[in-house]
Structures are given as C-alpha cells and as structure tokens.
Write a protein that binds this ligand. Sequence first.
Ligand code: IDP
Ligand code: MG
Length: 140
Amino acid sequence: MTQRTLAIIKPDAIGKGVAGQIIARVENAGFKILAAKMIHMSQAEAAGFYAVHRARPFFQSLCDFMTQGPCLPMVLEGENAIQRWRELMGATDPVKAAAGTIRKDFASSIEANAVHGSDSPETAGVEISYFFSSLELCPR
Ligand code: IDP
Ligand code: MG
C-alpha cells in the first residue's frame, strides 16, 4: 500500500551538517520526497507538534531541543512508507538502534536523535498537515 509519512531532519542533524547524507539515505531507500522545507520552530510550534508527549518529564527539554535551530520536515511517499521510514531511522535511543540505521550513525542521544517519523497512518495525516498544506504536496 502506498503511504505518506512525515519525516523531520532534526536540529542536531542540521547543525552537524549531515542533512545531505540523511536525504541520500531517503532517496537510496526509494522514497519519493513530495515536499520539504527548512523551518525554525517556535516553542509553541514545537509544543503543538509534540502535544502527545506534554505530560512526559522530557517534554520541555524536547521542545528546547527542537527549537535550538532549524529543522527540515519532509513528506515521504512509498510502499509501506510509515513502517519502512521508522526502520530506516532506527530505535529512539541510538544506543539501542540497529547497525546501519540513521539514528545509529547520526544521533547523539535519546533526545538529539537526528530524525522524526510518524508512527501510524492517523499520526502521519495529522503531522503532514501540521507542516504542509495540500498545495505544497507536489502531485506525482
Ligand atoms: P520516536 O521519535 O522514536 O517516535 P517518541 O517516544 O515518540 O520517539 O519520542 C519523541 C521524541 O522525544 C524522541 O524522538 C526524542 O527526541 C524525545 N525523547 C523520547 N524519549 C526521551 C527520553 O527518555 N529522554 C529525552 N528525550 C526523549
Ligand atoms: Mg514518536
């Protein structure tokens, strides 16, 4: 089933200068990049995006991290895209991430972990429309 997912290259990865290497992995895995833009989120924008985590002890630190510099949200399309992108990312904690995954190779910590990926079709729909209007999704 062709799906869309919301990926973000997070501020730590942009700051390290590895966005290009991450995008190359996206392309090499066969995803279509339907939309992408560089943004610098405000606290309110980061808090809105991560609202599901607002009761977690790491929530404020996560919002500070996501607003420390620009990030690069992208809409990826492909067969089984939601699960395949999460497999390419690797586990949330880079210590636990499998060899060859993006987080294993580029994440610094469980918080500064280089990339985001939607975790279900429902979440993907909400997250894509958080960053992109329908006009910004290039028809293919
Ligand atoms: P995911 O990004 O792998 O889906 P989530 O549990 O949805 O992981 O957490 C969202 C983000 O919150 C993570 O990617 C990471 O940046 C941050 N995070 C998750 N767990 C922790 C933690 O225990 N300490 C600090 N930050 C965390
Ligand atoms: Mg998540």
